[in-house]
Ligand binder design. Structure first.
Ligand code: PXL
Length: 277
């Protein structure tokens, strides 16, 4: 069993089951040391609540980085999600350069958009910054909407294989690592996760659940990072993360009162079994 030191940089939404409140328990359940750098503190996530508080923590980043540098701390992987601001992206890029071990993996989930729209508070400048961060990554994990924003492609509700191939080839101009596009759907029954690198393309197909749930992108990415850093192949890590995410949704679907998040906790035992640690 591997035991890696992973830094994850994303917000704390105090309530809402996304970002760090998902990444920390899931990556820890995958048996890794999980260090966190909160990008912002929000009272809730921005998807469906109104009047939430936001405290951007960008200006804490340089001092935290300098302290870690002084202590000689470095990481086997740095995984980023929802960030607080465009300015913060520069700091995160500096953290990649300063704190990654030589063979470390940089994994960027450009968590900024879904269903054809940017999340509240993000703009073209942020997209540009995220494009830059993706250029430094070994693995990027956009959904279809994020792939469209990153590549300046028109978002379509329905599309075919050729559209996805076009997104992949444009993403390859941005990132020369592995591109994993989540939530690719050609029909009402299935979701495809497409894994593409310089010369291969693989697809993992899993069942589609009619209703969409908040935080599933973060659940998928966190489980992927945990499994991949447990030395699973890229394809197996995608498979484990997909199956885990589907189970989390199934455990939530009947609870109407739980509209704001996904009960990822209830399937953690299953995730651990899938990892065969
Ligand atoms: O799950 C993505 C996410 C993360 N963090 C915050 C969000 C969202 C999506 O809406 O609002 C604060």
């Amino acid at each position: 069993m591997a035991y890696k030191r992973i830094l994850t940089i994303q917000d704390i939404s105090c309530l809402g089951q996304c970002s760090l409140t998902v990444a920390l328990p899931i990556i820890s359940a995958c048996s890794h040391e999980t260090c966190i750098l909160p990008s912002a503190v929000l009272s809730t996530h921005t998807g469906g609540f109104s009047g939430y508080t936001v405290n951007d923590l960008s200006e804490d980043f340089p001092a935290i980085k300098n302290h870690w540098l002084k202590e000689g701390i470095s990481f086997d992987a740095i995984y980023t999600g929802y960030l607080g601001s465009t300015k913060q992206i520069e700091y995160v890029s500096d953290i990649f350069d300063s704190l990654k071990r030589d063979d470390a993996k940089i994994i960027v989930d450009p968590a900024m958009a879904d269903n054809g729209k940017l999340y509240w508070g993000f703009d073209d400048e942020y997209v540009k910054g995220m494009r830059f961060l993706c250029s430094k990554a070994d693995i990027i994990l956009p959904n279809i909407t994020e792939a469209c924003f990153l590549t300046g492609t028109e978002y379509k509700e329905t599309y075919d294989n050729a559209y996805v191939d076009e997104l992949i080839s444009k993403l390859k101009e941005i990132c020369n690592g592995t591109i994993i596009i989540t939530g690719v759907s050609y029909n009402s029954d299935e979701i495809n996760v497409v894994i593409a690198d310089s010369d291969t393309k693989k697809v993992y197909v899993h069942k589609k659940i009619s209703k969409s749930f908040h935080g599933t992108g973060d659940i998928f990415s966190s489980a992927f990072v945990g499994a991949y850093m447990q030395d699973k192949s890229m394809f197996d890590a995608v498979k484990i993360a997909s199956n885990y995410t589907v189970e989390c949704i199934e455990n939530t679907i009947d609870d109407e009162s739980h509209w704001y998040g996904t009960k990822f906790e209830t399937a953690i035992p299953s995730l651990v079994r899938m990892l065969e640690l």
